[in-house]
Design a protein around this ligand. Structure first.
Ligand SMILES: Cc1cc2nc3c(=O)[nH]c(=O)nc-3n(C[C@H](O)[C@H](O)[C@H](O)COP(=O)(O)O)c2cc1C
Length: 212
């Protein structure tokens, strides 16, 4: 890999923010397929390659998923949710801005051109606990997809609230009993600008050899 390619990869990685405000303009299916191809390159436990992708463009299907997401977002913003109003690394003002974007997305989800659902297919039906353990074989693909979207100038964000009602989501997506949905990724052309992510410095998150 050349130095130039390395630079581009890091550039994309450091500028891959959750983009929630997206235009309704359609995204060509060839681009959506490229995202899935990028997701497909990710590793999986025992190389099982159980990740499966559903690209939802149908208005009726998007509306049903938007309704599930809205219900979960309403609970998330409600007084009982336990959601912190600030974090050590995120001020109240920044969290408010994020919340506004989450609310915008909840209102407009059905207008976003594509909702990509990252799933996993098992050999047999599994319990919620067993399904959760497969997350590590789905999320690397999701991150690949997000990076590919950023590289192609598409906005995207990983979301899980719309899938909280597991049975309802499975019914909408007509998943067979051996399949589980893990993440809903709205994809479209961004309304705003791409920009750098803000993360804690490694001084906070890195220790060498042992933690204490
Ligand atoms: C496991 C997981 C679940 C998430 N669920 C949601 C969600 O349901 N709705 C949403 O708007 N964003 C969701 N996000 C996006 C996060 O809020 C976002 O990655 C985080 O705020 C950092 O944002 P930034 O990359 O723009 O800095 C989720 C992210 C992850 C990794």
């Amino acid at each position: 890999m050349s130095d130039e390619t390395d630079t581009e990869l890091f550039e994309v990685m450091y500028n891959c923010r959750a983009m929630r405000r997206l235009k309704p303009d359609p995204v060509p299916e060839a681009l959506l397929t490229r995202l899935i191809e990028a997701g497909n390159q990710a590793p999986s436990g025992s190389n099982r390659q159980g990740a499966r992708w559903i690209v939802v463009q149908d208005s009726e299907q998007k509306s049903k998923l938007a309704a599930l997401n809205k219900k979960a977002v309403d609970a998330y913003v409600g007084p009982q949710s336990g959601r912190p109003s600030e974090l050590p690394h995120q001020s109240t003002e920044k969290r408010q801005r994020m919340l506004q974007a989450v609310l915008w997305q909840a209102e407009h989800l059905a207008e976003i051109p594509a909702l990509i659902i990252a799933c996993h297919q098992f050999d047999t039906p599994v319990s919620a606990g067993e399904a959760a353990r497969a997350a590590g074989s789905v999320w690397p693909g999701i991150q690949n997809l997000l990076l590919a979207a950023r590289a192609l100038g598409l906005g995207a964000a990983p979301t899980t609230l719309g899938l909280v009602d597991r049975d309802a989501a499975k019914e909408v997506l007509q998943l067979p009993p051996d399949m589980e949905a893990f993440c809903l990724i709205p994809v479209g052309y961004p309304m705003g600008n791409f920009g750098p992510v803000t993360r804690q410095p490694v001084a906070e998150t890195l220790r060498w050899d042992r933690w204490t």
